[in-house]
Design a protein around this ligand. Structure first.
Ligand SMILES: O=C(CO)[C@@H](O)[C@H](O)[C@H](O)[C@H](O)COP(=O)(O)O
Ligand SMILES: [Zn+2]
Length: 187
């Protein structure tokens, strides 16, 4: 047991150190998100499984708060409307559960944040492709080799790891860093 615990910590620490190299990309997406919100646009966030939880977690910190009492900021997790999610899945297929919501909700200038540790989840890729058609800026949080998100995204932040759990831990760290950057700017 101790070996499992130690190995997980060591892997997490090594991955975090390697992820620090992505600082320029994290800065770029933080600036883009701040500019998008300043322009009156909104953020749509989505992913599957643990990444669905991350999408909801990040969206809640925009609309509610992170640390500071600042104004509420517009962000929607596309995993939370169970009626839309099940209707689209049932009528159009699971591959379209995010795409169809992007089609209905996204406007020119909005930002999409898609989260996938493989970078290959089809419903995430299809949502990004719809985002391009709608004039959105596509931000990917991925891992491994970045997968299909390399071509679907304007910026694909690829966590340098092949382990799903470690990649997800870096995704939520980056989500929190973006929230900190936002707290600096908005009153
Ligand atoms: O949280 C975990 C594993 O840590 C799982 O729920 C995981 O998110 C699911 O298997 C997802 O379907 C994986 O999708 P993706 O990261 O490849 O896009
Ligand atoms: Zn998990």
């Amino acid at each position: 047991m101790q070996q499992i615990i130690r190995a997980a910590f060591e892997q997490h620490i090594d991955t975090a150190k390697a992820t620090l190299m992505l600082m320029p990309q994290i800065e770029t997406v933080s600036d883009k998100i701040i500019a998008c919100l300043n322009a009156g646009n909104k953020i749509l966030i989505f992913g599957n499984g643990g990444s669905a939880a991350d999408a909801q977690h990040i969206a809640a910190e925009f609309v509610g708060r992170f640390v500071k009492n600042r104004r509420s900021l517009p962000a929607i997790a596309l995993t939370t409307d169970s009626s839309a999610f099940t209707a689209i899945g049932n009528d159009y297929g699971f591959d379209r559960v995010f795409e169809r919501q992007v089609e209905g909700l996204a406007q020119d200038g909005d930002i999409l944040i898609g989260i996938s540790t493989t970078g290959n989840s089809v419903n995430v890729i299809r949502a990004f492709n719809m985002g391009k058609l709608k004039g959105c800026y596509n931000i990917g949080l991925s891992g491994r080799n970045g997968g299909d998100m390399n071509t679907a995204c304007d910026v694909n932040i690829i966590i340098p790891s092949d382990t799903t759990a470690r990649i997800q831990e870096m995704h939520i760290l980056i989500g929190h860093i973006i929230c900190e950057a936002i707290d600096e700017v908005f009153e």
